[in-house]
Design a protein around this ligand. Structure first.
Ligand SMILES: [Zn+2]
Length: 477
C-alpha cells in the first residue's frame, strides 16, 4: 500500500475528535484530479463528521506535474518554529516525493521545488501553468456574480439582467448553473432553495440561444443513448444542432459506424429532396469521417505512450514503484497493450518474455487492488478463486468485511452481469453470496445514531496540538 497519513483533528465548534486523511504528495500523473482540487484551493480540507464545521488544515504538501517538470512546495508559516525545522519539513516532503518515484525518473528539479508560504500564490502558479489567464479568472468571477444576482433578483428584472450580460452566458455559465442546481438538490427536491433555483434555471434555458442549443444537444444525444442502433445514431447525427454534438455522437457511437452505416448515409444523401439538404448531409458525412479519423489518431498516440510505459516497466528495477507513479496511465489501453504483448510472446514461444510480462501483469493487479475499497478486492479475489475450499478460506480470513456494504456490492455485481448476459458469472456470484452468508457475523456492530452524535464539550488545544486559522485543531506528529 502507498502510505496514507491521517491527522487527529479536534472540532472547535463541538469538540469532536476525528481522524482525517492528509495529502502530502499530490502527483498529477498518479491522480489527475489533484489539478482541479489545487486550482479550487481544496487541498486538505476537513469536515467535522458530527456538526459539519469544516475548513482547510493548512498542512504542507508538494504538488508534482511530471509532464511540465514542475514541483511546487506548500510550506505555510505555522510549520516549524525555526528556519531549520522548516527546512527539515521541506526536505521530508521532497524525499517522500522522490521515494515515490522509480530511480530513473527522479530529476534535478525535484530537489529544488518552488516554495510557497501562501496557498493563494501557489494556486495562482498552478493556474498559470495550466494557461488560465487573469481574464479567464475575471470572466468566471463575473459569471458567479451574475448567477447569484439572477437567483436573488425579482422575476421581472431577469430579462434586463440577462440582456446586459449576454457575453457572460456561455457554455461554462450553464455548467456552473448545473453544478449549483445539483448542490441545491442535495438539500432535497422540496427545499425552497432548490425550487427557486430550478425556476431561474428553466427560465434562462428557455430564453437564451446557448440554453436552447444545450437542451437540444442533451435531447439528441439522449435519444441515441436510450435506443442505440445504426438508425438512431444516423438520425441523431442528422438532428445534431452543432459540431460539438456530432463529435460527442461519433465518440459514443463508434461501434455502429461500419460499412452498412456509411451506406445508410449515402442513401440518405441520394434521397435528399433539395440541393441544400444534399449539401448539408454531404458536409455532415465529411465531418463524421474527420472526427473518426482524429479519434483514431489520438487513440494510436495513446497506444504508443502505453507501449512505451510497458517497456519502461520491463526495464526498471522496481516495476511496482513505476506502476504506482504512473497510476493514471494504467488504463484499459495499457491493459490491452499488455494482453497483446502476452499473446505475442506466447505464440512465439518466448518463455523469457512471457515470464517478464506476467510479472508486470501481477504488478498491475496489485496496484489496481491497492486503489480499490477492500470489499471490492475481496469480491474480485472470490471470483478468481479456483475452488470452493479456497473460497471458504478467503471468507474465513475476511469475516470482518462481510457487512451490509459487501452484500450490496455482490447484489449489484450480480444484477449487472445478469444484464450483460453473462449467466455463468451471475450464477457464480449467487453461489459466493450463499457461502458468504454462512461466514458473515450475526450482528454487525454499528454505532447507534445517538452515539455518533454525542457531543463532548469543546476543549482548548493542548500543548501537542496546533490550531489552524480555520479553527480546526491538529495534533502534531
Ligand atoms: Zn464539530
Amino acid at each position: 500500500m502507498p502510505p496514507r497519513y491521517y491527522a487527529a483533528v479536534t472540532c472547535p465548534a463541538c469538540g469532536s475528535r476525528f481522524q482525517t486523511p492528509v495529502e502530502q504528495i499530490l502527483d498529477v500523473r498518479v491522480d489527475p484530479e489533484v489539478k482541479g482540487r489545487v486550482m479550487g484551493g481544496m487541498v486538505n480540507m476537513s469536515v467535522c463528521p458530527s456538526c459539519g464545521m469544516g475548513g482547510p488544515l493548512n498542512l504542507p504538501f508538494i504538488y508534482h506535474d511530471p509532464e511540465k517538470d514542475v514541483a511546487l512546495l506548500y510550506l505555510p508559516m505555522g510549520i516549524g518554529n525555526s528556519e531549520v525545522e522548516r527546512q527539515k519539513a521541506a526536505g521530508t516532503l521532497t524525499r517522500q516525493l522522490m521515494n515515490a518515484m522509480p530511480m530513473e525518473e527522479r530529476k534535478g528539479y525535484l530537489l529544488q521545488p518552488e516554495t510557497f508560504i501562501n496557498i493563494e500564490t501557489l494556486v495562482k502558479r498552478v493556474l498559470e501553468l495550466e494557461g488560465v489567464t487573469d481574464e479567464d479568472l475575471e470572466h468566471s468571477r463575473r459569471q458567479r456574480e451574475l448567477l447569484s444576482q439572477l437567483i436573488t433578483a425579482p422575476a421581472e428584472q431577469r430579462e434586463t439582467l440577462m440582456a446586459d450580460n449576454v457575453a457572460l452566458m456561455d457554455e461554462a455559465f450553464f455548467s456552473l448553473m448545473q453544478y449549483t442546481l445539483q448542490m441545491a438538490a442535495m438539500g432535497g427536491p422540496e427545499s425552497a432553495d432548490f425550487k427557486q433555483f430550478r425556476d431561474v434555471y428553466e427560465y434562462i434555458v428557455e430564453h437564451t440561444e446557448t440554453g436552447q442549443l444545450l437542451q437540444k444537444r442533451t435531447e439528441v444525444i439522449g435519444a441515441f443513448a436510450e435506443n442505440p442502433s445504426r438508425e438512431s445514431l444516423l438520425q441523431a447525427l442528422v438532428d445534431a444542432p452543432d459540431d460539438t454534438t456530432v463529435t460527442a455522437l461519433v465518440q459514443s457511437g463508434l461501434n455502429f459506424m461500419d460499412y452498412a452505416f456509411f451506406q445508410r448515409i449515402v442513401r440518405r444523401i441520394d434521397a435528399a429532396e433539395t440541393p441544400e439538404e444534399k449539401e448539408r448531409l454531404s458536409a455532415l458525412r465529411r465531418l463524421i469521417l474527420d472526427v473518426r479519423e482524429e479519434m483514431s489518431q489520438a487513440g494510436q498516440a495513446v497506444m504508443g505512450e502505453r507501449a512505451e510505459l510497458l517497456q519502461k516497466m520491463l526495464g526498471t528495477d522496481n516495476p511496482l514503484l513505476m506502476a504506482r507513479s504512473h497510476l493514471s496511465e494504467l488504463d484499459d489501453t495499457f491493459a490491452y497493450v499488455l494482453r497483446t504483448e502476452l499473446e505475442e510472446a506466447r505464440q512465439q514461444g518466448n518463455q523469457q518474455m512471457l515470464d517478464a510480462l506476467q510479472k508486470i501483469a501481477r504488478v498491475l493487479s496489485q496496484v489496481m487492488e491497492e486503489n480499490m475499497p477492500p470489499e471490492v478486492v475481496l469480491a474480485r479475489r472470490l471470483l478468481m478463486s479456483p475452488s470452493e475450499e479456497q473460497t471458504r478460506q478467503l471468507l474465513e480470513q475476511n469475516k470482518g468485511l462481510l457487512g451490509a456494504g459487501f452484500f450490496q456490492l455482490l447484489d449489484n455485481l450480480e444484477a449487472s452481469t445478469q444484464q450483460e448476459g453473462n449467466a455463468d458469472a451471475a450464477a457464480q456470484l449467487a453461489q459466493i453470496k450463499q457461502l458468504a452468508m454462512q461466514y458473515a457475523p450475526q450482528e454487525t456492530a454499528q454505532p447507534t445514531p445517538a452515539q455518533a452524535s454525542a457531543q463532548p464539550r469543546p476543549q482548548p488545544p493542548t500543548s501537542s496540538e496546533t490550531q489552524t486559522p480555520s479553527g480546526l485543531i491538529i495534533a502534531k506528529h
